[in-house]
Design a protein around this ligand. Structure first.
Ligand SMILES: Nc1ncnc2c1ncn2[C@@H]1O[C@H](COP(=O)(O)OP(=O)(O)OP(=O)(O)O)[C@@H](O)[C@H]1O
Ligand SMILES: [Mg+2]
Length: 378
């Protein structure tokens, strides 16, 4: 057998004939690496095979004691699982063919006259196998398309909801300000209040921009257009810088942060994308960290650099450890904590593009540790 041809990939053909010698002769003609041949010596035995196996074709001798080939085909027509199996009837005379079985659902019925001509048998079987494989491929594509449409619909609904939240709050704020302007209320527009307003607006706008950026990244990733702009830089410096820049956010989230970063690890990476990785992990640690301390570590490793982000928050159950790295997958409900479920998916894609990896160690209720391995450079 071709080593790349897995047993499960083989197309199954059922031969039905009451005479063992005929079965063996036909098997000899049809034997191929990509075909698995099943042999039945009666209609009843054939039906049993049909229940157990997905068949590409049934080769049925018309004249059999007990259940004839046509009777077997009648029975096959009556069941959903068997009614579309193509049949090649083997007949002794052309007359038999004239009385042939009519109205078979799929229309995939053909006849071969005894004595069998090896060339005719092989070419007919080839055609049936070809059709079977095409149908199977179409079914697979149809399934993938249906899944893609379902994912898109779900995404649209989550994304619209997530975009609507900051937009609604901006809209409400605008209405309040307009009312205050109409009333000519000077106290509503003191320097202090204006500063607060702009800060709040900026926060909402940042959230919207962030969401749109994530959506664009997803499109880039699925179309294979995530391009890396590589440069040499120090990851330790980047981590220190990011933590400093996030100090306000960390303060607002109530999460004290400890940073334990080695002197320097230089590599050849995409600075913007690696920033995105660290920021996503940090944002998650704040979002799911329940106001507890967060630890950020960067160290030199055997292959390059290791980044560790540890929180003491809600943790993640073991069965979700892999799932959360997939698109739109979350381990919390949207009503509990909002989010699109895209962050970790994007993080993993960025790291894989750098030939790196990410994994999580966590127990529900006991915090989470995300570990990133990043080779020195491409
Ligand atoms: N530090 C963490 N502690 C506990 N759960 C986490 C943590 N980080 C991620 N998760 C779980 O993994 C899920 C996926 O995280 P991911 O960052 O991909 O999406 P998100 O945070 O829900 O939304 P966003 O797209 O805004 O990042 C989260 O919804 C959460 O259930
Ligand atoms: Mg996230």
């Amino acid at each position: 057998m071709n080593p790349s041809q897995k047993k499960t990939d083989r197309v199954k053909i059922l031969l039905v004939d009451d005479l063992k010698d005929n079965l063996l002769a036909l098997e000899g003609v049809l034997r191929r690496d990509d075909i698995e041949i099943l042999k039945a010596q009666s209609g009843t035995e054939a039906l049993e095979f049909m229940v157990l196996h997905e068949l590409a074709l049934a080769f049925i001798d018309v004249k059999m004691p007990g259940m004839s080939g046509f009777e077997l085909a009648e029975l096959m027509r009556g069941t959903k699982r068997t009614k579309n199996i193509p049949i090649i009837f083997v007949t002794a005379t052309a007359i038999e063919q004239r009385f042939s079985f009519k109205g078979y659902e799929s229309g995939a019925v053909d006849f071969l006259l005894k004595p069998l001509d090896t060339f005719a048998v092989k070419s007919k079987v080839n055609i049936f196998i070809e059709q079977y494989l095409q149908k199977k491929e179409l079914k697979k594509i149809q399934g993938e398309l249906e899944l893609a449409v379902a994912i898109r619909d779900e995404f649209m609904s989550i994304a619209s909801h997530e975009l609507k939240t900051p937009l609604t709050s901006l809209k409400l704020e605008t209405q309040v300000r307009k009312r205050n302007l109409r009333k000519g209320d000077p106290l509503a527009f003191t320097m202090e209040r204006l500063t607060k307003m702009f800060d709040a607006d900026e926060k909402q706008l940042n959230q919207i921009t962030h969401l749109i950026d994530d959506m664009l990244d997803i499109t880039r990733i699925s179309s294979g257009k995530l391009v890396l702009n590589l440069e040499s830089f120090d990851l330790c410096e980047l981590a220190r810088d990011l933590v400093e820049r996030s100090s306000e956010q960390l303060g607002a989230a109530g999460c004290p942060i400890k940073i334990d970063v080695c002197q320097s690890v230089v590599g050849h990476w995409d600075r913007f994308r690696i920033e995105q990785v660290v920021m996503n992990l940090l944002t998650n640690a704040m979002r799911y960290g329940r106001d507890k301390p967060i630890l950020v570590q960067v160290n030199e490793s055997k292959i390059g650099a290791q980044i560790v982000v540890r929180d003491q928050g809600m943790g993640i159950a073991k069965e979700n450890h892999e799932r959360i790295f997939q698109r739109f997958e979350r381990a919390v409900s949207g009503s509990e904590i909002s989010g699109l479920g895209l962050g970790l998916y994007i993080v993993r894609q960025i790291l894989e593009a750098h030939h790196g990896s990410i994994r999580v160690e966590s127990t529900l209720g006991q915090g989470s540790t995300f570990i990133v391995e990043l080779p020195h450079g491409l």
